[in-house]
Design a protein around this ligand. Structure first.
Ligand SMILES: [Zn+2]
Ligand SMILES: [Zn+2]
Length: 115
């Protein structure tokens, strides 16, 4: 490959990161950690980024990917399965709370809840 950017590895899970597409943000496909490339290349530290800021340019495969998380006792409103996968995501600054994602492993029904 002869890209101007070297490929980087996610510091959280070690997965190879997708190449940046002009934005300064890059998202790990596996653990969904969002990295600021300029920071990443400099100090190796990572930051959490407000999703709202990157929605315009960086909505790639996120919508189609299954959300992985912990199975909890929760009845799926669609198929009645009694376990759903539970994932939280910090969407905004800490005082804004976080969004909880539920995914039915049986019928792939997805539910969002803002706490
Ligand atoms: Zn990762
Ligand atoms: Zn279901």
């Amino acid at each position: 490959m002869s890209n101007t950017f070297d490929q980087d590895f996610c510091p959280a899970c070690g997965t190879i990161l997708p190449l940046p597409d002009g934005s300064s943000m890059i998202q790990c496909l596996l653990c969904k950690k969002i990295l600021d490339i300029s920071v990443f290349h400099g100090t190796q530290s990572t930051i959490h980024v407000d999703f709202q800021n990157i929605e315009d340019g960086r909505r790639t495969s996120e919508n189609n990917e299954a959300i992985e998380g912990t199975l909890i006792q929760r009845k799926c409103p669609r198929c009645g399965h009694d376990e759903m996968s539970f994932t939280t995501r910090q969407l905004r600054s800490a005082d804004e709370g976080q969004t909880v994602f539920f995914l039915c492993p049986k019928c792939s029904f997805q539910e969002l809840e803002n706490s």
